[in-house]
Write a protein that binds this ligand. Structure first.
Ligand code: CUA
Length: 163
């Protein structure tokens, strides 16, 4: 069988682009941590307040895990619980969040923490907070009349700074 010259180039080009896209997808998924919500962790959104860990929202120091802290966040129209979180700079943190009513979009402005919160599902993100500062946790998914008022504050603090 004879393959025409242009046909051969086209096959090389096609295979090449496929490989490039698979590499980009692989890097963003495994290195960048881009992935959909953890659909395996489901929750009854009507009883969020009674179910662990959401019965105790806030910052928790953890031992013997790959991360130093866990931040448990509960979203509802139109607020986050807790309204303020303070974490030492350089901490590796696992964010765990869910919603009690409609879909909200939990985004820590200025970072790569950006999770859609869907009723009945728990969203997670593990990240290292290596830049001190005050970050606003916004809602980036329109959820009703109070959407623009829905926020919480994340303070990443340097304890050696005496501030
Ligand atoms: Cu919650 Cu918009």
């Amino acid at each position: 069988m004879e393959i025409h010259k242009y046909e051969k180039w086209w096959m090389i080009f096609g295979t090449g682009t496929l490989i490039v896209f698979l590499i980009i997808l692989g890097v963003s998924a495994f290195h960048g941590g881009t992935h959909p919500n953890n659909s395996k962790w489901t929750i009854n959104y009507e009883n969020v307040d009674q179910i662990e860990p959401f019965n105790n929202p806030g910052l928790h120091k953890v031992e013997g895990k790959d991360w130093d802290y866990e931040v448990v966040l509960v979203a509802q129209a139109f607020a986050y619980n807790p309204t303020e979180i303070e974490i030492p700079v350089g901490s590796k943190v696992r964010f765990i969040a869910t919603t009690k009513d409609v879909i909200h979009g939990l985004e820590v402005a200025g970072t790569n923490i950006n999770m859609m919160l869907e009723p009945g599902y728990v969203s997670e993100k593990i990240t290292t907070l290596d830049k001190a500062g005050t970050y606003t946790i916004v809602c980036n998914e329109y959820c009703g009349t109070g959407h623009a008022l829905m926020y919480s504050t994340l303070k990443v603090v340097d304890n050696n700074d005496n501030n």
